[in-house]
Each structure stands twice: as C-alpha cells, then as structure tokens.
Design a protein around this ligand. Structure first.
Ligand code: C2E
Ligand code: CA
Ligand code: CA
Ligand code: CA
Length: 278
C-alpha cells in the first residue's frame, strides 16, 4: 500500500510539471504572437431588441496561428491569466479597440466597444494611469466609447481599490460592465460595491430560459436587481427568437448572441449593421 501511495504521489508530481510545461509553452507562444502581430479582434454586436438599433460591439480576442488557423481565447487565456502577459495582451486589445472606434467614427458610426479585462490587469496599482496613456494615443476617440467588461470568475482581492479605480476611470468617461453576472460567488457584493453601469446576464442562464424555471427565475431576478440598482442589463448568448421575446417580456432590451450575429471581423461590421437596422 505504501509503495502504490508513493507511486501515485510521483505520478501526481509528474502530471503537474507537464501542465506547467504546457502553460509555459503557451505563454511563450502568445508573447511571440504579440510581436508577430498574430492576435486579432472579432466584434460581436450588442443590439436593442425593442428599437432594432445597434448599440455597440464587444471585442473578442483570437489568435491567428500560421498553421492551426483561428484559435479561441479559452485555449490560451487560462495559461496567461496568471502572468503579466495578460497585461500586454489586454493593452494590445484596448489599443486595437480604440483604433477601431476611431475608424468607425470616420465613417460616421459612433459605436461604443466593450473590451474584456482580466482581474490581474485592472487590479494593477497604476491601471488608471495606464488606461489614460492608451486613451492619449487616440486623442480623437471619445473615452465614453470605451466600455470595460469585468469578469468575476477570478476573485477580486481588493474591492475597495477596484471600486476607486472604476470611479477614477469613469471620471475620464470610460464605462464598465459586470460580465458573466451571477456565475461567480460574489455577484451581489460586486453589484453593491462596484459602480459599473451595466450588468451582463451570463449565457448559461439565457440558454435554457424557456425550459428551466430556475434559469428563468435567475434571469428575472438579475433584470429586477439591475433596475433597482439603476444599471443597464444585457443578455448574452441569445440564440433564438423565442429567447428574444422572453427577454423583451421580462424588460431586458439589450442583447448579444448568435441569434443576432456571431462575432465578425471589423471589416464586415458596417455592412452587417446597415442590414440589421433596415
Ligand atoms: P465572454 O466575455 O462571456 O464572451 C462571450 C463568449 O460567448 C464569446 O466566446 C462569444 O463568441 C460567445 N458567444 C456569443 N454569442 C453566443 C451565443 O449565442 N451562444 C454561445 N454559446 N456562445 C456565444 P469567445 O469569443 O470564445 O470568448 C470566450 C471568453 O474569453 C469570453 O467570454 C471572455 O471571458 C474571454 N475573452 C475574450 N476576449 C478576451 C480579451 O480580449 N481579453 C480577455 N481578458 N478575455 C477575453
Ligand atoms: Ca465579455
Ligand atoms: Ca459571458
Ligand atoms: Ca465568460
């Protein structure tokens, strides 16, 4: 018994170092992808279901691997999220999104863009100064066009500091959304303590909203809470017309999802929007 215990321990040890090796490889690959300009952003529209208007876009990261093609973020973000590479990536994403806002503005399209920001990034002591520096690189962009989505999957250590940081960014005009709302363990205290303008109902609740009364109840509760706390509410992962009608009936007018449009390259956005708003 003692022998097998020791073997199991050794096996456990080896498997950890294999994971660590893979994570290390991914980190190196993403570092290189940044310098080789292999990262890209796709844009998924956020629409008002009631008015039929396009309200803005969420920027979603992809890695265009020279051999493997387009790689989704879930394949590489977990490895880099605990390293400073996530900050370089996050700043690249913000810079690229600001550039895109500027390009659309030149076409007369004043669409806000939401960017996903990792907890490690916005918890930097100098986050506000860093964001200011990025905004200064794009003097023609109205900071009000930039929205930062905060995911609560990674616990925020210092809610006091983060709350102050949000307030400071809001003074520059930047807005915030609480992403994946309801899936973490601190949603309610985040809602109470973080002054984000928008709450996003996680797609895991929206998926079965028609068939699962618990998911319906949760979505309804989030919509009511948002109203009480005077936040905008956006449903993500909307795939069908029936989900749209249900959300409209509950008073949730803003939505994103494959049923409206999948994330698309920037150069397809204007044409898509013209068609959608017809
Ligand atoms: P998220 O922020 O919750 O983004 C929504 C995800 O759901 C996106 O996956 C989107 O493509 C997908 N989606 C959109 N509509 C539907 C739908 O109707 N049904 C379903 N089943 N899925 C839908 P994606 O692009 O693979 O991104 C996955 C996650 O990676 C994001 O989840 C976000 O947390 C993270 N992420 C994406 N881009 C960035 C980034 O630039 N920085 C950081 N830190 N995280 C990012
Ligand atoms: Ca998001
Ligand atoms: Ca989500
Ligand atoms: Ca997510």
């Amino acid at each position: 018994a003692k022998q097998s215990g020791r073997n199991r321990f050794r096996f456990f040890d080896v498997s950890i170092s294999k994971e660590a090796r893979e994570a290390f490889r991914t980190i190196e690959c993403i570092r290189r992808a940044l310098t080789r300009d292999e990262l890209e952003l796709l844009y998924q529209p956020k629409v008002n279901l009631r008015s039929g208007k396009v309200m803005g876009f969420e920027a979603l990261l992809r890695w265009r691997h020279p051999k493997l093609g387009l790689i989704p973020p879930d394949a590489f973000l977990p490895a880099i999220e605990r390293t400073d590479v996530i900050i370089d990536v996050g700043e690249w994403v913000i810079d690229r999104a600001l550039r895109q806002i500027d390009a659309w503005a030149a076409l007369g399209k004043h669409w806000p863009v939401s960017v996903n920001i990792a907890a490690r990034h916005f918890q930097l002591p100098d986050f506000v100064e860093r964001l200011q520096r990025l905004l200064r690189r794009h003097p023609d962009v109205d900071p009000q066009s930039l929205d930062l989505e905060i995911v609560e999957s990674t616990a925020i250590d210092n809610l006091e500091h983060v709350s102050q940081c949000l307030t400071d960014c809001q003074k520059m005009g930047v807005t915030f959304s609480l992403d994946d709302f309801g899936t973490g363990f601190s949603s309610l205290s985040y809602l109470k303590r973080l002054p984000a303008e928008t709450v996003k109902i996680d797609k895991s609740f929206v998926r079965d909203i028609l068939h699962d009364k618990d998911d319906l109840a949760l979505s309804e509760a989030i919509i009511k809470l948002s109203r009480t706390f005077e936040r905008e509410v956006v449903a993500e992962g909307v795939e069908t017309d029936l989900q749209e009608s249900m959300l409209l009936g509950l008073g949730c007018y803003l939505a994103q999802g494959y049923g409206i449009a999948a994330p698309m390259p920037a150069d397809q956005v204007a044409e898509w929007a013209a068609h959608y708003e017809l």
